[in-house]
Design a protein around this ligand. Sequence first.
Ligand code: NAD
Length: 491
Amino acid sequence: MKRYPNYVDGEWRDSTAERTVANLNPAETHEVLGHVPQSTPDEARAAVDAAQRAFGPWRDTPAPVRGAALFRALAILDKEKEDLCRLLSREEGKTFKEAMGEVQRSINILEYTAAEGRRSGGQTVPSELPSNFCYTVRHPLGVVACITPWNFPVAIPVWKIAPALVAGNTVVFKPATLTPATASHLMSVFERAGLPKGVLNMVLGSGATVGNAILDHDAVRAVSFTGSNEVGAEIYARSAARMIRVQCEMGGKNPVVVLPDADLELAVECSAQGAFGSTGQRCTATSRVIVDERVADRFVEALVARAARIRVGNGLEGAEMGPAVDENQLRTDLKYIEIGQDEGARLVRGGSRLTSDGLDHGYFVEPTVFDHVTTSMRVAQEEIFGPVVSVIRVKGFDAAIEAANSVRYGLAASVFTSDASDIFRFTDRIEAGIVHINSGTPGGEAQLPFGGTKATGVGPREQGPGALEFFTEIKTVYVDYTGQSRKSSFY
Ligand code: NAD
C-alpha cells in the first residue's frame, strides 16, 4: 500500500515515522488511497535547511527565468488536468466538474504569476535634491512556509507557492493531512518543470509537529497560512514571537442579501450553488441568506425546491454534490443541524445523513435549509463548513446590512437587487473583502485580490497585482549621480 514520501532537496524521501494516517476516499470509505506518514520535527527542519541552501542561487536567478519555470509547470498541469481532477475527486470528494474548476483556476494563477517574472518591479520616485535618482526594488525574503487546508488542495498551494517562487524565495510546503495525493502530484509537476533542488520542499504530517518545527526554524522568514481561525491564531502568535511576516486567510460566514426587487430565480440559483456547491466546504460558501420579508416566503419555497433536486453522491459518477471530506466534518455538519433545531430555527429541508441508494460507504449529508434563523443563533454565527444554509428574514435594507455584518468574519458577500443606489450602498457598508453584485459568494479570478477582513484575514491579500507584496521586501535606493548634492546641505 502506497506510503507518501516527503519531497526534500529535490528527492522523494520516505519519512522514518512509524505513525501513519490512512487517506480515504470520502465517497467510498473502504477505498484507501494511501498512508500519510506523520513526519518528525527533524525531517521538517531538514526541509528548511535544504530551502536555505537553495535560496542564494534561486534569488540570483533572473526573475524572468524563475517565471519560465512556472510556465513549464502550467503546461504540465494543463496536460494532466483530467487525471489530477479524478485524483482530487477521489481524495477530497468534490465532483469532477468542481475539480476541473479548481485545477483551471490553478492554471490561471500560474499564468498570471509566471508573467510577474517579467513585470514586477519597484518604483522610481522624485528626489528633493538635484541630480538624485531614487527608486525602490523588491527583494525576496528567504525561506517561506506555506501551510494549506484540504478544501482546495491544488489551487491554494499554487496561489501561495507560485508568487513566493517567482519573487525569488524558496519554499517549505506543509499540505493538509487529508489531501497528500494531490499535494504530491503538485510537487511532481514542479519537479518536472525543472525547479532546482531545494527550491520547493514538501513535508507531510501533523500540523502541530511539522508546522511548529518549520515555524520555529531560524531560517524561516514568513508564513502564508490558509485554514481555520483556531490554527491561524496559534500561527500568528508563534510567528509574532519570532517577528516574522504572517499572512493568514481563515474562516467565513458569507451572506447573500436578497432585496425585494431582486431577480428571485437568479438569487435562488446562486444561493443554492453557493451553499451546496463543493458540499459547502468553501471558505466563500454561502452560509446565510438574508432575505427581505416581502419576498421571503417565495424565496424559501424556491430554495427548498432547488435543494431537493440536487443529486448527492460520488462526484466521479455524475453527482452534483459530493460527501463531507471526512468523518469529523460529517459529525460537525450533523452537530450543527441538531444545534439549529435546538435553538429554534425551522428545518425546512434536509437535515440527515444519507446512507441509502449506495451512499452507505460515504460521508453524505442532505443539502439542508434552515428558515427563521436569528442573528444570535450559533448556526448564524459559526462556520459550519458543510451543506447547511440559514435563512434570516429582515425588514428593509438597513436591517439586512446589520444582519450581514453581525458576524466576526468578513470574507465574501453578495447582494441581489436591481436598484443601482442599493448596489453602491451595499458595497460601501458591507464588511467583506470580496463583494458580488447579482452573483453568488464563491468564485474569484487569478488577477484579482482574494481575501477577507475582520477575523477572516490577517496580512496583505493573496493573488492579483499585490500578490508579491507579502513575499518581498522593499529596498529604497538613493543615487546621487554627481556626488555633489549632500555637500551643500546639512541635516
Ligand atoms: P486547519 O486550520 O485545521 O488546517 C490548515 C493547515 O494547518 C493544515 O495543513 C494543518 O495540518 C495545519 N496545522 C494544524 N495545526 C497547526 C499548527 N499548530 N501549526 C501549524 N500548522 C498547523 O484547517 P482545515 O480544516 O484544513 O481547513 C478548513 C478551514 O480553512 C476553514 O475554516 C476554511 O474557512 C478555511 N479556509 C479559508 C480560506 C480563505 O482564503 N479565507 C480558503 C480555504 C479554506
